[in-house]
Every structure is written in C-alpha cells, then in structure tokens.
Design a protein around this ligand. Sequence first.
Ligand SMILES: [Zn+2]
Length: 399
Amino acid sequence: MEKIAEKLIRYAKIDTMSDEHSSTYPSTAKQLNLAKVLKAELDKMHIESYIDEYGLVYAKLDGDDSKEKIGLIAHMDTSPSLQGGNFEPRIINNYDGKDIILNDTYTLSVNDFPSLKSKKGKTLIVTDGEHLLGGDDKAGISIIMSVLEYFVSHPEIKHHPIRVCFTPDEEIGAGADHFSTEKMDADFAYTIDGGSEEEISYENFNASAAHVEIEGVGIHPGDAKGKMVNAALLAIEFNNLLPSLQIPSLTEGYEGFIHLDHIDGDVEKAVLDYIIRDHDYSKLKEKERQLELAAETIQKRYPHGKVSLTIKEQYLNMKQCFDKDFSPIEKLVKAHENVNVPYKFIAIRGGTDGARISYMGLPCPNVGTGDYACHGRYEHVVVEEMEDMCKVLINLLSL
Ligand SMILES: [Zn+2]
C-alpha cells in the first residue's frame, strides 16, 4: 500500500484551485485533473466509480448488504486564497518542536501556531512558503483512498457497504450544489474535512444575509437646509442602531453575530450588506428583528428618504438533523474510543457542505483530518493524525 504521506503529496501537487468569480461548474476545469486521477486509482482497485456531468466523483465498495450503507465525503478543490499545486511539499520527520523555516521570507512559528508544540516527534508536511498545501481537503481524500485500499487489500475483513463522493468547489460555497443523495445512496455519511484529528462537528451556524438600500435626497449643500437627506449618513446611523457588541471580533464559541460585510454610499444612495449568524435559530431570528427595527426607525426619522431591507436565509444548523437519530455521532465516538484517538465536539462557526447535505436528508457530521492553518502558506498536515483517522474510519466501517 502507498503511504498516506506520499498520497497527499501526490494530490497536493495537482492544482485544483476553485474560482468564486467563475460561472461554470466546476468553477475551474483543472479540478477534473484530480477527479480523473482518483477515478483511475479507483479503477485500479476494481472499485466501481464514475465522474458525473458536474465533476463529482462517486464510488461504491460493496459490503454486508444487511448493514447500513456509510458514506465518506471530501472536496477536491483548494481555496482561492492562495495558489496551490505545482510545488514540492516538504516532509519533516521527527519534528523537533521548533520554528520551521519555509523559505527566506516565511517561517512557520510556534508562537503563531501554538498547536505545533504538541506535535514534537511527529511527521509534518509543510509548504514551500509560497503556496498553500491543499491538505484542506486533500488530507481528507488521502484518508478515504487509504481506507478503501485497506479494505480492498484485506478481503477477509467484513465491512459496511461504503459509498464515497469527492466534490468540487467546496471552498467557494458550491460543493453541495450538485450533490445527489440518490447517486450517493448512503444511510448516513461523514465529511472528512480539515482540523485536528480530535474534532467532531455536528453543529454549525444558522445563517442569513441582509441587504439594506437607502435612498437619500440630493441637493446643493449650500441650499440643503431642511431638504437634503444624506443616504451615507443614514447608513452610518442605521449601523449604529445595531447591537455593537455582537460582531465577529468580539464573539466566540456559541455567541452569534451581525457582521457588516460591505458598505458603500453617497448622498443619493447607500448600500449595506450584513451576514447574520447564530447556532440558535431563535436567536438568529432575534438578530434579524434588530435589523428590521433599525430599518423602521430610520424610515420614521427620515420620511423623505427610503429604506429597504431584504433578508435571505442562507443555511441552517445541521444539529436539528441529528435530533431524531444521534447514532452516526455515537458510532464515530465509539470508533474513536476503540482505537484510542481522542475526540472533542466543536461547534463550527460557519457553514459546511455537510450541513447542506444533512438537510438534503443525508445526515453528515464533519470529522478532522490532521490539517492545520489551512487556506494559506502556513498550512501543515500531521501525518500521524491522518493515519489515526484511517484507523478510526476503518474501525467504524468494519463489522
Ligand atoms: Zn475544506
């Protein structure tokens, strides 16, 4: 069997950066290069698979038909935040726990990334300082491919029927756009995507977006008394009516926020865009109400101006999907315990494809991969944690 570190490095060298400004699907054709590599490897293992018309790779490995069909999902694209692919990732054996010089300009420092302290003695894969590693989520892909390889090379080990899907465009929020629960054909699934090996997530934010448009009344400033309504000033006033402590820079854990994402304006017209987030759905609705109240208040104060507010729900907390049946989480916890890999529950402060897929009817919690500091040049993967996650999944899937 190919070592998991070699697998990751091989996948990391393939440029699969997605593009949020593209209007095609997948957003970049180069993501299909990895899809084809994966398909060829699955063929070699005699695992049934295909790339569908949207570039998603589906695969299935038969197991005991009387048992639940378990899905594994990872994404093929890497973040547009920094170029990935076409570089040589570096392996650091027996890491000494000290700063890692990536190149003449950049150093991966223990001060900035204190979790490095606990990785002493481990095997790390790091970047050349100029690229992102793409362990998010090629570590997830490497784990899934290694698990499949294990079962194929150990036919004597009985296991659940396994279903796999590799998706494009997760990093631009479109990974689940063309995901099909029918094609996946699983009873429940796990997204293997990023973070420490300990992390199990089945909670994420509920999310809305608000768009505010303010129309003012423009007039020569010299003659403006009693007539001008300055839309830009109304925009500032609008924002000042919102709870000032509920912003991203002052919140953490289960604290939600209202985030001013964009503001633009002059006398005639101003626009504000917000994102609203809370793990608790009723608290999300309260925050939306704050924006409605602010709009009503400004409208009342300035009857000659015009304030319009539209709020759109974006995604929901997948926790509700596990209220009826918590067993996918229980099975995962049991597998962690069986192979002695620690675990902790993390409430995601964002959304995931797993959340969207959960709402399509396929419960899909998120598990870690051993990938750290993703989306930039300091990204690094701990090889032993990828190996641990293989053990966890093999235990979970075995009968
Ligand atoms: Zn990811």
